[in-house]
Design a protein around this ligand. Structure first.
Ligand SMILES: C[S@@+](CC[C@H](N)C(=O)[O-])C[C@H]1O[C@@H](n2cnc3c(N)ncnc32)[C@H](O)[C@@H]1O
Length: 348
């Protein structure tokens, strides 16, 4: 059922540093489909430990920091940069739309003017009130959606946003966003209802947000974003067995949607670790030797924090609403639970 999709050259330092190169995929990384998990990555030939398997750039990325004015972790808003914007050298929005919006310098601010122009009025009008009314999580979710729409806007105008489509890569650009899993059926009715309200209040097509999509389409994008977005942390996620002494992945500094990296399924015994580089590009690295035909999985959470089967499954249920069917969980589960899940039951 698997097909070879990606043929690329070997990664080079120059490639990893190039901002216009949308993504890099190891030639032995292939896409296939699993009847339960959906799309997945597999390898077609042996992959030695420590090999870089994927470098993907975000289609939408937002900073996630407390007190942006005091924080050196704020990222540059220019998608072609996304480096840290230290407080003493950063440039802010002349329209003072939001303290979390910054650029590492005036060159990046100038290059990002079209993309930021799409979000600026919306942020100025709604950011403070959404934050105070609904809190940081919902504000972040809505801002990621606005930034997805902003990237789509730039891509449609065919401007040099650094997000241009490569015809050989079906997961890149807005087409990649459209291919993400997640729909109204994935999420409980009360969440979908609340998101429907958000769309009507804050995300409708209009002069403030000229995206040309219907409310139903925007709601679908939220359902996809919630099933696929990544938190960015200063240290890698997914080493197992957990090294001793335990070193956590650190404090989240950004949230992002990666069209290709989103194809990776979760395992509680992952063979791939993931971490964003200094440009916010998501890098997948083999954390052990991987054999031909094996699935490549990352961990969606910090394995040092959730150790037993129940807490791991509960975490995934909370975050993504699925029952983990990775090798480790299936091995650890009592037989009657396994039969119940196979019959379509859901763990509560
Ligand atoms: C980020 S997407 C991964 C790619 C996805 N399989 C696809 O088809 O696009 C996350 C979704 O994949 C599925 N998934 C990922 N890991 C899984 C696992 N360990 N067990 C069961 N389903 C899994 C769940 O449906 C989850 O909501």
């Amino acid at each position: 059922m698997s097909q070879l999709v990606y043929i690329t050259t070997e990664p080079t330092q120059t490639h990893l540093e190039t901002k216009t190169n949308p993504i890099w995929i190891h030639p032995h990384l292939i896409e296939s489909t699993d009847p339960i998990k959906g799309r997945q990555f597999r390898v077609s030939a042996p992959i030695p430990k420590n090999t870089v398997l994927l470098v993907d750039r975000p289609y939408s990325i937002i900073p996630v920091v407390d007190n942006p004015t005091d924080n050196d972790d704020l990222i540059c808003s220019n998608p072609a940069c996304n480096r840290r914007a230290p407080r003493n050298t950063r440039k802010t929005c002349p329209n003072t739309c939001l303290g979390d919006v910054a650029w590492c310098g005036s060159v990046c601010r100038g290059k990002d003017s079209l993309r930021h122009g799409f979000e600026c009025g919306w942020l100025k009008r709604y950011a403070v009130s959404i934050r105070s009314k609904y809190g940081e999580y919902d504000f972040g979710m809505l801002w990621i959606i606005v930034r997805l729409l902003a990237s789509r806007h730039c891509q449609r105008l065919d401007l040099d946003s650094g997000l241009e489509l490569d015809p050989g890569l079906k997961c890149n650009g807005w087409r990649g966003i459209e291919s993400l899993c997640g729909s109204q059926e994935t999420w409980p009715c009360d969440m979908v209802k609340s998101w429907t309200g958000f769309v009507k209040r804050y995300l409708l097509d209009g002069p403030l947000l000229p995206h040309g999509m219907s409310a139903e389409q925007v709601l679908h994008v939220i359902c996809q974003e919630e099933a696929n977005s990544f938190g960015l942390y200063p240290r890698e996620t997914g080493r197992f067995p957990v090294p001793w002494p335990v070193v956590g992945r650190g404090v989240q500094y950004a949230g992002a949607v990666y069209p290709t990296a989103s194809m990776a399924n979760h395992s509680c015994w992952p063979n791939v670790v993931h971490k964003a580089d200094e440009n916010g590009h998501m890098v997948f690295t083999a954390c052990r030797d991987i054999f031909p035909g094996e699935e490549c999985c990352i961990s969606y959470f910090d394995l040092a924090e959730y150790t037993d089967l129940t807490s791991r499954r509960e975490r995934l249920r909370e975050l993504f609403r699925f029952v983990c069917r990775c090798e480790r969980c299936v091995d650890e589960e009592p037989e009657e639970v396994s039969e119940w899940i196979d019959m379509g039951g859901f763990m509560s």
